[in-house]
Every structure is written in C-alpha cells, then in structure tokens.
Design a protein around this ligand. Sequence first.
Ligand code: A3P
Length: 285
Amino acid sequence: MSQKQIVEAVDDGGDTLKFLSDNGFFIPNFPDGTGIDGVRSVKIRDDDILMCTYPKSGTHWVFERTRELLAGEIIDDHITKVEAFMEMVPEEKYTDLPSPRILNTHLLMKHLSDDVRKKKIKVITVLRNPKDVAVSYYNFLRTIPGFNYKGEWKNYVRPYFQGKFMYGSWIDYVLDWEQVKKDNPDLPVLTLFYEDIKEDQMREMRRICEFLDVKRTDDFLSKVCNNTTIAAMRTLKEDVSGAKVFRKGGVGDWKNWFTVAQNEWFDQVYQERMSDCPLQFKYTL
Ligand code: A3P
C-alpha cells in the first residue's frame, strides 16, 4: 500500500522545508505528481531513453543536448526535461511524444518500472561532484516558489548531506546506482560526468552519439554546444515559475561556500562512505 505523508525537515538553524515522504523516499510534493507508485506503472517503450540523475547534476543541460543530437537538428523552443520528468508530471503528458522519448527522473531504480531492466532501455546518468551539487541545490531550494526555505548555508550543509532533504543523500543515490550497474551488467548505461562535459564538450557529445547510435558531424556537434550554453538556455528555458535552474554552470563554486571546517567534515563523511567506490570526481578543472 502506498504511504504518502507531508514531512518537514529542520535544518541546523531551525529553518524548515516541507516535502512528501512517498513510501519512505523524500520527493517534492508536486501538484500534478503521480508519486512513486505512478512512476512504477509508467508504460516503458523499447526505445525509451531514460536519464537518471541526482538533482543539480546537469540534467537540463544533458537533456537538451541529447534531444538535439537525437533529432539531428538545432531546436529553439522552451521545452525542457520537465516534459517527461516522471515523478512531476502525469504520464498523459508524455504518452504521445514521438519515439524515442527521453524520460527522466531523480528516483532510484527500485522505484521504476521493471520494464526498464527487462527491456534493457538505454539509461544515461549524469554525475557531478557532491560539493558543487550541494551549493547548486542550496541556491535552487531558495528560489523555488512556495518552499520559502530561508535557511543559511552554515545550517544547511550537515542535514543536506545527511539526506534530510528531498531525494535524500547524494552518497546514497550514487552508491545505489553504482550497485544497479553492477547487478545489471546487460543494462546499457552511459555514465557522464558534469565536469568532463565542461572540460571537453565535443568528446562527451561524441560519447552520447555513440551511445545513441547516431552519426553527427563535428560541425553539428559544435552547433549543438553553442545552442546549449548556459546563457542560451537561461534565455530560452528558464522556468516561468521563478525557480532558477541556470545559475553559474561551473566547476569549483563550492570553494566560495564551504568553510574549512565544513570541507573537512564532508571529506571525512565521503571517506567513510565512499572509500570502496571506484568513481573519481573532479572538484576543480
Ligand atoms: P549551478 O547551480 O552550479 O550553476 P539540473 O539541471 O540537474 O537541475 O542541474 C542544474 C545545474 O546545472 C546548475 O548548476 C545549472 O547552472 C547547471 N547548468 C544548467 N544548464 C547548464 C549549461 N547549459 N551549461 C552548464 N551548466 C548548466
């Protein structure tokens, strides 16, 4: 039986944030959201492409690039990944999208339809270093209308990394997906890193093309890059609700936010939980 309830997280300064606990997993209380049970029952097509990311890892960016690479044309419209953000919008919103659709979610594999694994659909994951994610998430939270989160950075970092907020802890998310990859060696998964895309976008675009099995010229790839800069996307894609997705778009902003003590604390947490994980993250370029 589905168990949903509104819960409130309290940061270290007493500021609060309300969201939904859905079967024990924390997600925003999206007005039209179907919840985890709804996402589990989504009809998956054989040629669906699924983007799985922890929030603030570059989902909008990679979605748009993947979309244009698939289409083989430059697209100038206001559509974003929200069109098929499975836990946010009802399935009817993306049922009629032409194949291949690009579905996306911040949920875990266990929350998704078994057909993702049975049909072995293509999965793209985007990972980003946790310190920049924490900063991005903090700034985003404070702009989401209706959330009214006013917490200070110094009171946010610890509860954030402890998974008290929506989508839980970055570490739990990343370890969960690493396990999924290990347990499902036949599932086609492309793992991208935000920092790698910043470092060499053409190389990473070629990786996406190869994964999608589409042939695109370098000239086209560079047109896609130019059409999906943060400035271009800010102009065309910013959410009318006021939530600010397109902020700085760089690597290493965390240095402007983390105190020495916070940094040492998090490095220790990382060491304790991630020492067996082979993933390597770049914190500067
Ligand atoms: P910052 O807040 O660090 O700037 P998501 O799409 O998963 O919500 O991730 C949002 C993060 O990706 C934000 O990071 C945002 O600025 C960055 N981003 C969005 N579009 C981008 C682009 N075209 N180029 C680089 N970064 C981008």
